[in-house]
Design a protein around this ligand. Structure first.
Ligand SMILES: Cc1cc2nc3c(=O)[nH]c(=O)nc-3n(C[C@H](O)[C@H](O)[C@H](O)COP(=O)(O)O)c2cc1C
Length: 197
């Protein structure tokens, strides 16, 4: 059941590199998942970069130096420890962007929906993120969702020569599952759902 795979998708912070996949296989999983994610009018505004090995480590070095510039020394060490053990220790990181030129062109094409497109862009990025996260989980790869944007936007753009129109929305470090996951708490259905008819 697809719901079992949804349940398998969790925030995994204990990442490692013990896995059976080649880089090309992981890239394919990410591409297929993003391709199948919906977007308004099928505008396909999601842009994705997958970083492996040294490039993945470079991203987390960028995050560290950005944090070091704004956070006090004591707290920065805690953040560095988390980055080293939970994110950089994995196989790679998926970067999710939205292409602003696509959104602007949709706004011109559909002026009656112009105000909706920025929200729809965020929603479709979330759908692409969920699709990738779930597809990685199905492949027994753990991942979490991080948001060091906008702090790292400029450095990321410069490092990988990405277009200015690509707006960084999320970072998803992934790797082998190196630890158990805490049980997840759910609120009462009666508080959350209503059905009529
Ligand atoms: C829009 C969104 C933003 C999130 N941002 C972060 C984040 O910045 N850092 C983080 O560690 N987890 C982040 N999460 C993960 C949630 O904390 C997590 O999904 C939630 O606690 C449920 O746990 P689960 O992923 O194990 O099911 C985010 C999740 C969503 C949907």
């Amino acid at each position: 059941m697809i719901i079992d795979t949804f349940a398998k998708r969790r925030s995994q912070y204990a990442l490692g590199r013990q896995h059976a996949y080649g880089q090309a296989q992981i890239e394919q999983i990410v591409r297929d998942a993003v391709r199948q994610a919906p977007s308004p009018f099928n505008c396909q505004s999601a842009r994705v970069v997958v970083l492996f090995a040294g490039e993945h480590e470079r991203l987390w070095a960028i995050v560290k130096s950005a944090l070091a510039a704004i956070v006090d020394r004591e707290s920065v060490q805690l953040s560095f420890d988390k980055i080293d053990t939970s994110f950089a220790a994995g196989i790679g990181t998926v970067l999710f962007f939205e292409d602003k030129t696509v959104i602007q062109s949709m706004q011109r094409q559909w002026p009656q929906y112009a105000e909706n497109f920025p929200t729809w862009s965020e929603q479709s990025s979330g759908m692409a993120q969920f699709a990738v996260w779930t597809a990685l989980a199905e492949a027994d790869l753990g991942a979490s969702l991080q948001h060091y944007n906008p702090l790292i936007d400029e450095a990321v753009r410069a490092q990988w020569a990405l277009p200015h129109s690509w707006s960084l929305r999320a970072q998803m470090p992934f790797g082998s599952n190196q630890g158990p996951l805490p049980e997840k708490a759910f609120m009462k259905d009666t508080e959350r759902f209503r059905s009529f008819g």
